[in-house]
Design a protein around this ligand. Sequence first.
Ligand SMILES: *Cc1c(COP(=O)(O)O)cnc(C)c1O
Length: 376
Amino acid sequence: MSAPRILYTKPSITEREVEYATDAARNGWGDRCYAYIERFEQLFAAHIEAPYCIATSSCTGAMHMGLAALGIGAGDEVVLADTNWIATAAPIKHLGATPVFVDILPDSWCLAPERVEAAITARTRAIVATHLYGNLCDMDALLAIGERHGIPVIEDAAEAIGSNWRGKPAGSLGRFGTFSFHGTKTLTTGEGGMFVTHDRELYQRVLALSNHGRTPGGKQFWPEFIGFKYKMSNIQAAIGCAQLERIDELIARKREIFAAYRQRLGGLTTLTLNPEPVHARNGYWMPTAVFAPELGLRRERLLKEFASRGIDARVFFYPLTETGLFGDVAPAPTSHAIAERAINLPSYHDMSRADIDAVCDVVLDIVQSAETGVAA
Ligand SMILES: *Cc1c(COP(=O)(O)O)cnc(C)c1O
């Protein structure tokens, strides 16, 4: 009998999520049709330490509206890391602006500040900092660059629930932050997202944008401009409320799982795991192993090894320039090099110690056989 597959992510759904979702389905209509959404936004604002939150249908939608609210459009440039999920770049294209891809740092796998500064032109209208896999962008450097050039820094914090920079939650440091509650993320509503800001005016613009250009308190059924419809449903928000009430537990488990990986794999000199600088806390959404170049390992080989042992590993994000969707742009060298020899390791709430050990065994076997190969 073969052991069950070890999935790479899976949400933690308890009786509480089921109870709230059931209540929303049964009672969340009429004058209560937004009750869970309002509560979810309030709870999230408290958690993320930013006053203005708008629940959305996805992180992509939150990013689209935020960029639109900043007035970004044709002829404008937005700087972001080549290592990114397409969701971060697509809204830039939808607005007719140009994504400008720059390289990452070899240790954090996030935006390299000096590359960002070098990429700034008279057309640059925003810098998008994606906190990859829970790792943090160098926010001190990026915010300083933004200030120097008068350009807003935006945080894609989809993967950074539970991550802090100098004690401040990721997603709360820039002009605005976006979050995803997709089923693979640390906090889930199935699909869903959040727009977060300290800027009251920007909040009001996004609020109107999110409601088909209608302003709160305005004339009934009267759009004042063409907006979007990226709202979260009350039933999704009900699940989100239950998840937020358990957020400390959800984050603590992510950190525990990473600590278990680090305990067994952290001593290897030919392997790098997610960093946690002293002034940051990593929410460790996705534990990631980067294999040293001298091992000669490639992504395809890693995937095959994991699959043959019944483990779902996940490829490190391909550089977006490699997709060919953004014209004839050469991939950023570090983004390209790391993606070639890295892999995401499974991490989900109900993962057992035996599951983690099984993953570690595969990693150790791969490294050992590669090292033997190198020595031979
Ligand atoms: C998951 C993710 C998104 C997209 O989130 P959706 O809710 O699916 O739109 C955006 N950016 C990053 C970095 C992500 O990991």
